[in-house]
Design a protein around this ligand. Structure first.
Ligand SMILES: [Zn+2]
Length: 209
């Protein structure tokens, strides 16, 4: 791994998706963090235009930085949909600087938005693993789970009601043909309720295992 001078406010570390760049010192909003460096590719040259890797940073229609080189520490910075930094592109100077757009605390991972093209080509097919997207997925999963539980509770309630109704009809017949007019005796209804609770507990255990 490349050596980073301790004067720099970042280090390379483990992130969710592999390696990432993490703040080691507080970085103020607006501060320059690091330059994105590498050989300049001219798309008008056939040889340059043929270069392909995940670290290409397009500056404008003609020029692209090939950031796949070892000395380009900025290539360790991962994408995030809600990032704490941005890429500041100077098209005229053909220079890219990663700049903080929030105050970044030591220990925080530094991220910037790679842009729509990269997202579509590399991240969408595998699913973006950034904090914002993970959070969104977690929320969706929780909602789906809650919906499932609601459906289940509804079905169980319906089944219990039907069972109680059938029992009630049976009782009605037994009481000297005294019809109960669809009313359920209180005792039976309580029994049905306890049956529901029991089956709910059973499913919970099954899921755990
Ligand atoms: Zn994302």
């Amino acid at each position: 791994m490349p050596v980073i001078p301790s004067s720099k406010p970042y280090r390379i570390g483990r992130s969710r998706t592999g390696l990432g760049l993490f703040a080691t010192k507080p970085i103020k909003k607006g501060a320059k963090i690091i330059r994105y460096i590498g050989p300049m590719l001219d798309c008008n040259k056939k040889k340059d235009d043929a270069v392909e890797n995940k670290y290409l940073f397009q500056i404008n229609k003609r020029w692209t930085i090939d950031g796949s080189v070892r000395k380009n520490i900025a290539r360790y910075i991962n994408h995030a949909c809600k990032p704490n930094a941005e890429s500041d592109v100077s098209s005229r100077k053909r220079k890219v600087v990663i700049r903080a757009i929030k105050n970044i605390e030591p220990g925080e991972e530094i991220n910037y938005d790679y842009g729509t093209d990269y997202f579509k080509e590399y991240l969408k097919p595998i699913g973006c693993k950034c904090d914002a997207c993970e959070k969104k997925r977690k929320k969706q999963r929780a909602e789906a789970r809650a919906e499932k539980q609601r459906e289940k509770a509804k079905a169980e309630k319906k089944a219990a009601k039907q069972a109680a109704k059938a029992q009630g009809a049976l009782n009605g017949q037994q009481v000297n043909g005294h019809a109960l007019n669809g009313k359920i005796p209180a005792g039976k209804s309580a029994k049905a309720k306890s049956a529901t609770t029991k089956s709910a507990r059973k499913t919970k255990q099954t899921r755990k295992g």
